[in-house]
Design a protein around this ligand. Structure first.
Ligand code: KIV
Length: 274
């Protein structure tokens, strides 16, 4: 055992073993400093394709590329010692065929050091999940609201209500049977999330789902109050860093204009005093 108690990054099998036990704590990260500060507190860090919206200002995750994911994955990897790093497969990098998915998943893992990939889709992605897992690529599935399908879903709506409930249960069962080590449930009714959590053998990680899920995930910029363009109902702001940052920038601008910054303690003398 090392001084900190952490000798290696958690593995997908460690997360899977948390089923029904202590909640799996997950957050997204896109940069080294953010990964570093969350590493001792979370079990799983997701390099989410939400990076396109919260960091790059894209209107959706559709425009996120492999190159963006690799660059941010490498940055996050430099900040982690303990938590499992999972990286999102961007839209268009895996849907065509299992072989296409393998090629891009292998590249994401090899070039970033991620321990697993995440991809969106239920029953229709089960064959691909099985193909990847059988070839050494651990997969976190993502069902319910799948943002990469926003154009076919007709918006960011709650999924699995009414007649759609059975489809979601079948999706969860299909990705678990295909070998996913865990599954994100996004924006589904709480009672459905609880039913799925009880029915499948892998951990469910909720976002807009239920406190009864085996774990929770949030987009870090949302929960820190850094991303303020809009706030989904399922987001709780645990901080107001956006407001703090703007106040700090305003204070800096005022001091520069008043010539009160830099102050004497921030500048250098001709000679060093003996
Ligand atoms: O891209 C992302 O951040 C995600 C989480 C919201 C689960 O997929």
């Amino acid at each position: 055992m090392s001084a900190t108690g952490f000798e290696r990054r958690l593995m997908p099998s460690d997360i899977q073993a948390m089923k029904g036990g202590a909640p799996v704590v997950c957050l997204t990260a896109y940069t080294t400093p953010m990964a570093r500060l969350m590493d001792d507190h979370v079990d799983l860090v997701l390099v989410g394709d939400s990076v396109g919206m919260v960091v790059h200002g894209l209107p959706s995750t559709i425009g996120v590329t492999m190159e963006m994911m690799i660059l941010h994955g490498q940055a996050v990897g430099r900040g982690l010692k303990r938590a499992l790093m999972v990286i999102d497969m961007p839209f268009g990098s895996y849907e065509e065929s299992p072989a296409q998915a393998f090629r891009n998943a292998a590249r994401l893992m090899a070039e970033t050091g991620a321990g697993a990939v995440k991809l969106e889709g239920g029953q229709h992605m089960a064959e691909t999940i099985r193909f990847l897992v059988q070839r050494g690529i651990p997969v976190m599935a993502h069902i319910g609201l799948t943002p990469q399908s926003v154009n076919t879903l007709g918006g960011y709506k709650v999924q699995g209500r009414g007649d759609d409930r059975a489809r979601l249960i079948a999706d969860a069962q299909a990705v678990a049977d295909a070998g996913a080590f865990s599954v994100v449930l996004e924006k589904v009714p709480a009672s459905l999330a609880d039913e799925i959590t009880a029915a499948i053998a892998i951990p469910t990680v909720g976002i807009g789902a239920s406190a009864g899920c085996d774990g929770q995930v949030l987009v870090v910029d949302d929960m820190l109050g850094l991303f303020t363009a809009f706030k989904p109902k399922f987001v709780k702001r645990f901080g107001n860093l956006g407001e703090e940052a703007e106040a700090a920038v305003a204070a800096y601008a005022a001091e520069v204009r008043a010539r009160s910054f830099p102050a004497p303690e921030h500048v250098f003398a001709d000679e060093v005093k003996k």
